[in-house]
Ligand binder design. Structure first.
Ligand code: IPE
Ligand code: IPE
Ligand code: MG
Ligand code: MG
Length: 335
């Protein structure tokens, strides 16, 4: 049993210690999904679930469960549902992005090919929906069904603006809401629904998750430039090369003293024969001189502040503190 990187962080830094026990139960629940008889698919699935990630989404369900009432068995299962959905989107995403590295390991796509990666993702979605049905709560079914639609729409929203040098912040927020924030928001909403909070309280808590999810995406964009690949566990400098104007790129363009010059450099990178280490270095220099990385951090900090403001109606508890710590962790994470 490989403890997750977050579980290691729990032990080493005492963060999210409030829910470490329950997180282990989520990991168990995920490892105990029914595997198919066909061994090729079972092998691919085993490889996907045996290298856990940071478990951000289940942590969010569990801490939210504690902060809005009591942590129940349904919170553990809802956390597993959220993580299974997340994992499925990663399997699919690595096909879309043609990515070979995930969580520091070869992706299912790299090891088993596109078809098995897509079908493994589908299989995990089927297991997630089975678990969801066992919760006997139609509201939870709609919450997570809506997320699945949002995830697809977000990916397509991103794809249609790839390699568009005029891509806007509006597009960025739309795709980030769909791809990332929707699932974070759903985790919070589900946790509050399980505790039968009043609808306005559910929505307020959902908003914390949405803002947190956006901040998480903004920092993920930043790490794409600043993290070491060995820490990040996935390819770096990948977004821009794949035609995506992520948050630092949008900020660099917005604040560049020579916007047109920077646009031209990026478009050169996007030409098949254009990419070179010199050109990358030139672009990164311009990002530096536009203070794009500091501004990206600032943007994430503002979103985190807005997220934490949404927590103010909740009574003081170690779980509420945990949600504040989680928000801080999103800003400070290095992978
Ligand atoms: C990666 O999510 C995908 C994004 C939303 C940016 P995580 O960074 O939570 O991935 P794992 O689960 O820890 O690997
Ligand atoms: C991850 O998307 C999958 C979803 C959020 C649906 P990205 O392509 O943006 O993230 P990484 O960098 O591969 O984790
Ligand atoms: Mg990707
Ligand atoms: Mg992608």
């Amino acid at each position: 049993v490989t403890p997750s990187r977050l579980a290691q962080a729990v032990d080493s830094q005492h963060i999210f210690g409030q829910v470490s026990q329950e997180l282990r139960a989520v990991e168990q629940s995920i490892r105990h999904i029914t595997l198919p008889e066909v061994s090729l698919l079972a092998e691919a699935l085993m490889s996907a679930v045996s290298t856990p990630g940071k478990l951000m989404r289940p942590s969010l369900v569990l801490l939210s469960g504690g902060a809005t009432g009591t942590i129940q068995a349904a919170h553990i299962e809802a956390g597993a549902v959220a993580e299974l959905i997340h994992l499925a989107t990663l399997l699919h995403d690595d096909v879309l992005d043609d990515a070979d590295l995930r969580r520091g390991q070869p992706t299912v796509k790299a090891a088993f090919g596109n078809q098995i990666a897509i079908l493994s993702g589908d299989y995990l979605l089927a297991q997630a929906s089975l678990k969801l049905s066992q919760l006997n709560n139609c509201r939870l079914v709609s919450i997570f069904s809506i997320v699945l639609g949002a995830l697809c729409a977000g990916e397509v929203q991103q794809a249609v603006t790839a390699y568009n040098i005029e891509a806007s912040w509006e597009n960025y927020y739309k795709k980030s809401n769909g791809k990332t924030a929707a699932l974070f928001a759903a985790c919070c909403e589900a946790a509050a629904v399980i505790n039968q909070l009043a609808e306005h309280e559910v929505q307020q808590h959902r908003l914390y998750g949405e803002k947190l999810g956006l901040a998480f995406q903004v920092i993920d964009d930043l790490l794409d430039y600043t993290a070491k690949q060995s820490d990040f566990g996935k390819p770096v400098l990948d977004d821009l090369k794949n035609g995506l104007l992520n948050a630092p790129a949008l900020l660099a363009l917005e604040y560049s003293p020579n916007r047109q010059g920077l646009q031209e450099l990026i478009q050169r990178l996007w030409k098949a024969e254009g990419a070179s280490e010199d050109l990358e270095a030139l672009i990164l220099d311009q990002f530096q001189s536009s203070h794009a990385f500091e501004k990206t951090k600032q943007l994430a900090e503002n979103l985190i502040q807005e997220a934490c403001d949404c927590l103010s109606p909740l009574p003081h508890s170690p779980y509420k503190t945990g949600l504040q710590d989680l928000a801080q962790y999103v800003l400070e994470r290095s992978y």
